[in-house]
Structure formats: structure tokens, C-alpha cells
Design a protein around this ligand. Structure first.
Ligand code: HEC
Ligand code: HEC
Length: 274
């Protein structure tokens, strides 16, 4: 390094040093998120579908439940155009959708109108869905984002996309005229609250401001479990399954979380349950 500085001359050397420091810093703090700002009128069908896929895996938290672990229909494996058509033909179907696009939208906005057999809330005899309404907290997708996710679900098996691409006229409000999405790994959460949202805990548990019946209430978990048991429930959820709940908590938090994030979450749950 000092040799390079000499060779390149002082000011160029300094620039190099600053560049190096700038490149090193994010790794210490956790990878800095890259944000992409999109002008809705500039969408092509391809980029709209790609946005839908990113939302499905990321902000939408869909893959927390829709995966191959049996907690919800495996949307990535199913042909959702054929599946939707079968659902609408089911004698139990009570919704008002007449086409695939409408069925997918209804499933996201009013999950309990029709509950896929065997996937209802425990004890509800498949009349209540455990799926959160996606335009409400904690998921809170905008209309444009919901359309992108529908386009993705239609397109992923080569089916026709019927969702209209957004146009400037269709999205005149400033809140929707720019969308920001995070492309790479989000930065390390700075607080326990941020970590609980980022890792999707709020999707399945009542904690912070949100209510969810999928898993046990975390506001009172410290009265049931010791610090060590809480930590184990997060990194190895299937070691002990809480009574009355299905074993559907994701098992990969130990790989995804930084130690500090896990510590903050455990401490938060211990403190708030006292
Ligand atoms: C907390 C778990 C959970 C999350 C998060 C979730 N879902 Fe679901 N979803 C379910 C369950 C369980 C069902 C089956 C019961 C029902 O019909 O509502 C379902 C049903 C569906 C269906 C109907 C599937 C079928 O086979 O007919 C669609 C479409 C769907 N979800 C889309 C989504 C999308 C898109 C997201 C993300 C924006 C999402 N879900 C997030 C649990 C979840
Ligand atoms: C897809 C839904 C889902 C997500 C996401 C999820 N959990 Fe869970 N969690 C559950 C279910 C269901 C149970 C009960 C069954 C079990 O013990 O595995 C549970 C159990 C727990 C327990 C034990 C509670 C008790 O009373 O025994 C803790 C603690 C916990 N989760 C914390 C978390 C934290 C922290 C996160 C986020 C990092 C999280 N969970 C994400 C569904 C989820």
C-alpha cells in the first residue's frame, strides 16, 4: 500500500485511500442497501414482472409462507393461472372473481373470502385465512405493487399477463409516481423494532403495533419462556413447537441474521414481556 501511494503521487494516493475506506465501511456496518427509483411510465412488461418478482420475495414477504414447507400453497411451484381457474370452479368458492387476475387480486385483498382447503386458521374449519391482507400493515403493498405481483404470478409459467402496465395517467399521485425498491441485502437493522419488521416476525406474530394470529403472541413471550428458550425458538424453531400452533416458522433465521440483530430481538422480547 505505501509503495502504491508513492508511485501514484500524493493526491491520487489519497483518493485511492478514501475509495478503499468507503468500500470497507459498509462491510463493517452491514451491506448498504442499493435503492432503485423507477418512473412508472417507463415500465416495460418485462421490468414490471421483474418488479413483481422482487416484491414477492422481498417487501411482500410472500415466500415466508408460500414455499415448499406446506404452510401455504406453493405459488412458485404451482401454475397460478390453472390453479386460479380450479379454485373459482370449486363449489366452496364464494368470491366474485370471474377471471384469473380478479381471483389473484381477491386472494391478496380479501384472503378469507375463499380459503384453500386445509390451509385455514386452526379451528376455523377453513373459513378464515391466516394470510395477512397485503395492502394493510405490516405488508402494505400499493395498488401498483399489487398489480406487479399479479403480473409476476401470471407470467412465471409463461401465461398471458392481463394486468395493464402502469401509465402516468393511472398513477398521478406523487406517492405512487416513484417507487423505491431495495435490490441487495438490506443494511443491518439498527433497532430491535426494525429487525422484527425486516425479518417478517410481525407478519406471523402479534408484536409492536401489529396483530397476527399465525404464531404465539410475542408481547407476552417472556412470561412463558426463559431468555435461552426465546433465543432457541428463533434460531431453531422446530426444537420445541409451541402447543396449538403449526410448525411453520422459518428455520433459516440463524443464517440470515447478524448476531447483533438476534441479540437485540431477544433483549427486546425479554424487556417488553416483563
Ligand atoms: C403469513 C403467511 C402468508 C403470507 C405472508 C402470504 N400468504 Fe398468501 N396465503 C397464505 C395461506 C395460508 C393461503 C391459503 C389459504 C387461503 O386460501 O387464504 C394463502 C393463499 C394465497 C393465494 C391463493 C392461492 C391458491 O392456491 O388459491 C394467493 C394468490 C396468495 N396467497 C398470494 C400471496 C401473495 C402474493 C403474498 C405476498 C404479497 C402472500 N400471499 C403472503 C399465507 C400467506
Ligand atoms: C411464517 C410465520 C412466522 C414467522 C415469519 C416467524 N414466526 Fe415465530 N413462530 C411461528 C409459529 C407458527 C410459532 C409456533 C410454533 C413453533 O413453536 O414453532 C412460532 C414461535 C415463535 C416463538 C416461540 C413462542 C412461544 O410462545 O413458544 C418465538 C420466540 C418466535 N416465534 C419468534 C419469532 C421471531 C423473533 C421472528 C422473526 C425473526 C419470527 N418468530 C418469525 C411463526 C412465525
Amino acid at each position: 500500500m505505501p509503495v502504491i501511494v508513492k508511485v501514484l503521487g500524493f493526491s491520487l494516493g489519497l483518493t485511492l485511500v478514501f475509495t478503499l475506506i468507503a468500500n470497507l465501511l459498509p462491510q463493517v456496518e452491514g451491506e448498504a442497501p442499493v435503492e432503485k427509483i423507477i418512473d412508472p411510465s417507463a415500465f416495460t412488461e418485462e421490468s414490471f414482472i421483474a418488479l413483481g418478482e422482487e416484491l414477492f420475495q422481498g417487501k411482500g414477504t410472500c415466500t415466508l409462507c408460500h414455499n415448499n414447507m406446506g404452510r401455504a400453497p406453493d405459488i412458485l411451484a404451482l401454475n397460478m393461472v390453472e390453479t386460479s381457474t380450479e379454485r373459482m370452479a370449486d363449489s366452496r368458492y364464494q368470491g366474485s372473481a370471474k377471471d384469473v387476475e380478479a381471483y389473484l387480486r381477491e386472494s391478496m385483498l380479501q384472503p378469507s373470502i375463499y380459503v384453500v382447503q386445509g390451509f385455514g386458521k386452526k379451528g376455523s374449519n377453513d373459513t378464515e385465512s391466516p394470510m395477512p391482507t397485503v395492502d394493510k400493515a405490516p405488508i402494505q403493498l400499493s395498488e401498483l405493487e399489487i398489480n406487479a405481483v399479479i403480473a409476476f404470478m401470471q407470467a412465471k409459467d409463461g401465461n398471458l399477463v392481463t394486468v395493464a402496465l402502469p401509465t402516468e395517467e393511472a398513477t398521478p399521485t406523487t406517492s405512487q409516481s416513484e417507487i423505491t425498491i431495495q435490490i441487495n441485502e438490506p443494511a443491518m437493522a439498527k433497532t430491535a423494532e426494525a429487525a422484527l419488521v425486516q425479518f417478517g416476525c410481525t407478519v406471523c406474530h402479534s408484536v409492536l403495533e401489529t396483530e397476527s394470529p399465525v404464531g404465539p403472541d410475542l408481547r407476552t413471550v417472556a412470561s412463558r419462556l426463559s431468555v435461552e428458550e426465546i433465543r432457541q425458538s428463533i434460531v431453531d424453531p422446530n426444537a420445541v413447537i409451541a402447543e396449538g400452533f403449526p410448525p411453520i416458522m422459518p428455520t433459516d433465521f440463524a443464517e440470515k441474521m447478524k448476531v447483533k440483530e438476534l441479540d437485540m430481538i431477544v433483549q427486546f422480547l425479554v424487556d417488553s414481556g416483563k
